[in-house]
Design a protein around this ligand. Sequence first.
Ligand code: CP
Ligand code: NVA
Length: 322
Amino acid sequence: MRHLLTLADLSSEEIGGLLALAEKLKRQHRRGGNRPLLAGQVLAMLFQKPSLRTRVSFEVGMEHLGGHGLYLAPAEVGLGVRESAADVARVLSRYAQGIMARVFKHSDLEIMAAHASVPIINGLSDYDHPCQVMADLLTLREHLGIDFRRQQLVFIGDGYNMANGLLFGASKIGLNIVVATPDAYKPSSEVMARTMEYAEESGARVRWTTDPHEALHEADVVYTDVWTSMGQEAENEVRRRAFRDYQLNAALMKSAPTRVLIMHCLPAHRGEEITDEVADAPNSIVFDQAENRLHAQKAILAWLMGGVKLPGVPQSRVTGSA
Ligand code: CP
Ligand code: NVA
C-alpha cells in the first residue's frame, strides 16, 4: 500500500503517470463523466485548518468517481489532543478506504501512515502540499505543452510548504527552478539537499537567491504564496516587513519576460504577496490551478484507492484501468 505524504515519495515516472491519468480523467469527465472507479468507497477528510479548494475538490472528486468524501472539521476530531494520531489512523482505517489529512505537523502524517491500513494523502502540512503541486504541474503541462520540463519556474516568497513541494516536484521531473526568499526564510538545508539529489538525476537546474528581480530574468513561470501561512498569524507583522521587497507587483514583474505565466496556490492575501493587477493579469493561471486540483486528485485517488494503473509505470498490483 502506498501513501502520498510528500512529492519526494513519488518517482518521476509516477509523477508523469499521474499527470497522464489526470488528463485522461479530465477529458473523460468533460465528455460525460468518469467511471465509478471508487464505487462504495469512502475518503475520510480530516482538517486541522480551514480550506476551500482542498475540501471541495476532494469531496467533488470522490463524487465523480462514485465514492464519498467524509468531511471532518478541525473541532471534531482533535488530532493529537482528544486522541493520538496513531489511534485516529487506526480507527478511520476501519471505516474508510482512504484518509486525506490537513495537519499542522508533518510528523502527524508520518505517524498516521505508520498506523493506518489505508492510504494517507497529505492535504497540506508544514512540510509539503503535494496535491497542490500535482495540480500545478498539470496546469503547466496544459499551458506549456508536454515538454514543460527544461523551462524555468521561479518561486518568490516564503521557503515553506509550497516552496518545498515545488522544489521536490520540479527537481524530480527536470523543470528548472529558482527560489527567491529573504535569508531568514530560505528552504531548509534538508529540503535543498533532497532537491539537489533529485536534480542530479533529472538534470534540472536549481538555485536559491535573495534577489527577486535577478531571479525573474529568465522566468517562464512565476509562483508565489502567502507570507503568513495558516498557524503563523502571530508573526504577521514581522513577516510583512521581512517580505516587503518580494511582492509580485507591476514593478517587480518588469524584471520578468512579458510572456511569464503567473501562479499562486490560493488563497491569496491580495495586496500583500501579490497585487490585484498581477493576480488578475491575462497571463495569470491561478484559477486553472484551482480547477486542476480536482483532476489531479482524482488521478491520485484512482491510483491509491482504486488500484488503477499509471500510464508508463510498471506496477505489480494492477487491478484496473480508468
Ligand atoms: N490551495 C489550497 O490548498 O487551498 P485551500 O487552503 O482553500 O484548500
Ligand atoms: N502556505 C499556505 C498554503 C495554503 C494553501 C499555508 O500553509 O497556509
